[in-house]
Design a protein around this ligand. Sequence first.
Ligand SMILES: Nc1ncnc2c1ncn2[C@@H]1O[C@H](COP(=O)(O)OP(=O)(O)O)[C@@H](O)[C@H]1O
Ligand SMILES: [Mg+2]
Length: 363
Amino acid sequence: MEVTKVANTKKRIGILFGGRSREHEISVLSAASVMDAIDRGRYDVLPVGITKEGAWRRIATDLSGLSTLEDARMEQLFAGSASMTIADFDAETDFAFPVMHGPFGEDGTIQGLFEMLGKPYAGCGVAASAISMDKIFTKEIWRRAGLPVCGHTHTTAASCREGFSEEVLRIEAEIAYPIFVKPANMGSSVGITKVFSRPELEAGISEALRHDRRVIFEQTVCGRELEVALLGNEQPAVSAVGEILVGSEYYDYDSKYRGGGTRLEIPAKLPAGVAEEIGKLAEKAYRALDGEGFSRVDLFFDEKQGKIYLSEMNAIPGFTQYSMFPLLWRAKGLAYEDLIERIIELGYERHHTAHHRQPAGRP
Ligand SMILES: Nc1ncnc2c1ncn2[C@@H]1O[C@H](COP(=O)(O)OP(=O)(O)O)[C@@H](O)[C@H]1O
Ligand SMILES: [Mg+2]
């Protein structure tokens, strides 16, 4: 008698986390939540940890029980893990789910690798990831699309070397204090300062230049901080609007990840019609940057002036159970597990569209 072997048709999802950014530990916590939520009846999971040096490791544990930044420390997680090559990853996974924030995770670099491998993956493509990671390009594209952004200008390490005091004078002429000084490519408020005077501006530039060779200067917006989540490829769905109620001067690293009196309010209490307007604007912002899969768009609402400003788009926002992105969907009736499932579906959908370019050949 012939025995038919039932093929294992479960797709294997490679979850990548950690990585070479300041947001390494946060990424581990986000990945722990994603892994916990994936439907194991439908998918197998391969956890791939990337060390702070950039080495790929096969993680033996399922990350469950991690909840604080301290839990997510590398030493414990990577202890006893075997190294892994990109070829191993390619052979052993059907789909890539990067849960990495900041440079080398959210900025198009790893997305480019998935494109090279011809592997379907979660979230924004290469260009949308790279551009949304870059605060200068993001603001320029939105401005040219006629979308509202605050006054801004930028400089480079080279311009500062050539004539630092001239650059400082030019910036002061273009933007009034207080000014936000930020490295163009970063995240988690790393390297950002709010400056009120010339000496502070000079120090702020040096600080930002430690993280990137390009620096953006922004007019301070006096407004409420709002966030909207987008989900979809060509027809993105728009979430509720959430508000960050910050306990400190601004939403800095500590208030983001150590509490610091920060509260999330979902949905934000807004005057009639404003939430709809913000949702529409967030969708335009997502489309302008060619967002796919999912993203979180952050905005300011200056209630006194009745003005809304786009702030930034996060291609891979925080993904813990307590993060704004999944909570915004929950408020719309989409549970965390279903959100993860939808993100995987959207990754496959994009991969299978006729317009998607196929890899020319495999090395
Ligand atoms: N132009 C601005 N006006 C007012 N507050 C700002 C401005 N830019 C940044 N902030 C504050 O600084 C925080 C971090 O800046 P953001 O551009 O979001 O950087 P990151 O990519 O690190 O999240 C914001 O959440 C907000 O609290
Ligand atoms: Mg931000």
